[in-house]
Design a protein around this ligand. Structure first.
Ligand code: ARG
Length: 473
């Protein structure tokens, strides 16, 4: 078999080098420990490249067939766990190429024609991320469906709506949940947007300047599914930019950070709602843990950890921004550091979304506790003010009058709805006994019957809209 220059890469890169890299440098510069995760994308990119090289008459058809055969075997070896990853071969790309040449000889050595690891790695990361973005989009849709299903059962369930964590106005539990659906819908839009800019082909940029071979870049793009909504091939249009920027990964980490921030807010509310002080919900036991010392404890570990992991993903965003800051064009080895934060952001977001889909579906709601809490904070004071406005008072005067009513009610330890008609009429003579329908929590909800409001009729419309938008899962 032909000699394989990659076999003795540990000795020297090429004839130019007179000594091998030290073991420490090998460990320091090697990335195979983590970038082997890109193997499927690496093989897909190589297959598309080889197919195009043969179609363009740059390599013989026999070589293309040998490359396909060799890469198929390598894929099988990796999947079976028998592939021998070598640190001295630095990264996933050189490991696969060396094994290919071992398997198919000179054909393997021809694969790298018109290609550099610089455009190769940029392509691999984009292909890998694109597929993960599809997984994340589906998980975001599932989480929205889980929230909507729970909301559909609680359009009439009263929840105290808070501002400053103080009872403000009653809302329905469904309305509150649908606020998160809006957030996760925007997260899904951002992921779709990132996908458009990720799904573009760097191959053909070679090291940085393009290549002198007559490559058909659009053919490779089409083979790899790098096409726009109209089926047109998406090819990076500047070779220097193609190998050097990782803005698509940074954008993803920004979108992932926002999605995690939304998860963290929901997490915080689940933790509060589950505490004895609120007692609004129960999480299923499989999402909680006990205490090693306090036998009475059931701790909401999953939402707490999700809240904590949000910091980790936001940290990766900062890491990638700093990685790119000030790098001169074009490729620099710095970029090898993009992978671990990117991989960990994807893993963390996917795991979090997956577990939240299940956890949300298993939430047990305690409507009486929610309604009880809503009664405590004079949550219908705004409704009384609005009523006085309809009777002709300017809003600011009504606001002041109701403040007096709340003060009187607090002094008597009563809710506004428990004041007598005579007491209320002292506020304003125009008040009649239709006021009592208005001061109920249900009346307060029903009154907010405009787009985006908490009236059950409006919330049911929103649920229908979201369901039509998301389709069946
Ligand atoms: N392992 C490298 C990376 O992840 C591959 C590209 C290396 N290119 C180079 N010229 N050293 O970025």
């Amino acid at each position: 078999m032909a000699s394989n220059p990659l076999d003795n890469k540990s000795a020297a890169w090429s004839a130019l080098f007179s000594e091998p890299v030290s073991e420490l440098v090998q460990r320091y510069t090697g990335s195979v420990g983590f970038d082997k995760r890109l193997w499927k994308a690496d093989i897909a990119g190589s297959l598309a490249h080889a197919e195009m090289l043969a179609a363009q008459g740059i390599i013989p058809a026999d070589d293309q067939r040998a490359i396909e055969r060799g890469l198929a075997q390598i894929g099988a070896e990796i999947e079976a766990g028998t592939f021998d990853w070598k640190l001295e071969l630095e990264d996933v790309h050189l490991n696969i190429e060396a094994r290919l040449t071992q398997l198919v000889g000179d054909a393997g050595k021809r694969l790298h024609t018109g290609r550099s690891r610089n455009d190769q790695v940029a392509t691999d990361v984009r292909l890998w991320l694109r597929d993960e973005l599809d997984v994340i989009a589906e998980l975001l849709a599932q989480l929205q469906r889980a929230l909507i299903d729970l909301a559909a059962r609680h359009t009439e369930t009263i929840l105290p709506g808070f501002t400053h964590l103080q009872v403000a106005q009653p809302v329905s539990f469904a309305h509150h949940l649908l606020a998160y659906v809006e957030m996760f819908a925007r997260d899904a839009e951002r992921i779709a947007d990132v996908r458009r800019r990720t799904n573009r082909l760097p191959l053909g940029a070679a090291a940085l300047a393009g290549t002198s071979y007559a490559l058909d870049r659009e053919r490779v793009a089409r083979t790899l599914g790098m096409v726009d909504a109209d089926g047109r091939a998406c090819v990076c249009q500047n070779s220097i930019d193609a190998v050097s920027d990782r803005d698509f990964a940074i954008e993803f980490c920004a979108a992932a950070s926002l999605a995690m921030i939304h998860v963290s807010r929901l997490s915080e509310e689940l933790v509060l709602w589950m505490s004895q002080s609120f007692g609004f919900i129960e999480l299923a036991d499989r999402f909680c843990t006990g205490s090693s010392i306090m036998p009475q404890k059931k701790n909401p570990d999953v939402p707490e950890l999700a809240r904590g992991k949000t910091g980790r993903v936001a940290g990766h965003l900062m890491g990638l921004l700093m990685l790119m800051k000030g790098q001169p064009l074009a490729y620099n080895k710095d970029n090898q550091e993009d992978k671990e934060p990117l991989f960990d952001s994807v893993d963390t977001l996917e795991d979090t979304l997956r577990i939240f889909c299940e956890m949300v579906a298993g939430i047990a709601v305690k409507p009486e506790a929610m309604e009880q809490a809503a009664r405590k904070g004079y949550a219908t004071a705004t409704d009384l003010a609005d009523y006085l406005v309809r009777k002709g008072l300017p809003f600011r005067d009504a606001h002041e009058a109701v403040a007096h009513a709340v003060k009187a009610a607090i002094a008597q330890g009563k809710d506004l709805s428990e004041l007598t008609l005579a007491e209320l009429q002292r506020l304003h003579p125009a008040i009649t006994d239709d006021i009592f329908g208005i001061l109920t929590l249900q009346g307060s909800l029903a009154a907010r019957d405009l787009v985006g409001g908490t009236a059950p009729a409006q919330v049911r419309l929103q649920i229908a809209r979201h369901r039509a938008r998301l389709g069946a899962g």
